[in-house]
Design a protein. Sequence first.
Length: 335
Amino acid sequence: MSGGQISEAKGAISQSEAAYVRASVAADVRSDGRARLRFRPCVLETGLLPQANGSARLRLGDTDVLVSVKLEIGEPLLSAPDCGRLSVSVECCPSASPEFEGRGAAVVQAELARAMERLLLSGGGGARRSAGHSTVGAAAAAVAAAAAAAVAAGSGSALDLRQLCVVHGEQVWVVYVDAMVMDSDGNLFDALSLCIRAALFQTRIPAIKVFPTALGTMEVELDDDPLACTRISVENMPVFVSLARIGAHFVVDTSIEEELVMDVRLLVGVNKQGDFFTLEKGGFAGLEPTSVFRLLSIAKQIGRDLIVEQDKALLNEEKKVEREPHLDKLGFFSA
């Protein structure tokens, strides 16, 4: 990097600002007062979009994301005739960050969408490492073995697509997960994964009646009762925990300033049971294999704690709606 700038691609930060960020991390008192392994305050709302089958909005510090889930009947893949399909798209508002202006937005959106799909469809050896990052090879193999063991023990894949089958080989539910980044202050991977999990928790699958026709095919019909529905199970669904190295120390839930000066990032997918699903490395610096296994232990504990707290909040909100079904939503996007 030349001059007084650390990064021109993602935004500008001066050498003095970068030094301040590194010093605050080294002192375990980050610029916003947090310790290295502490998340920012999180605000979660669900059921904000009445036209969607499920929706959620999550604010992690100043990072603000909105997710909607829509269900449609479609055809299964030839390779998986008894499984539903999943499609994830991410859109970043240009006003959320200078990184999202021009062609840069398309690159970030595609990267985020692919990461979310890999997370939701992982399992049975779903660990993945980025090409060329040999230092995480041993850890990636261990995560793959752990994911395979979880499936063998009945933990299964992240999202069970078999529950979305309507007529074997003919019709299945297609789940469209559409996410929007409305404001970005870092840690989009973790924020999006938490928000998607909440939106899928709130998603209801309409009841379907299947009738044989005179032509030998099967015809489907939606149940007239809007309350006759099932829900998508998120019990096994993981979330991302990102650990970024700044100087000699690792931090979680990075702010945008911290992301501009981080050397390397480890992205870990972990569920409530502590099973690992994905492992990806970003950045140009290397990682010692021994440190990777220590980071996996940290990610496991943090991920489990995040999901437990999220489930408590989701269940409390669900009980409140059951007690007061006509309670108006106060969210920004409520109807």
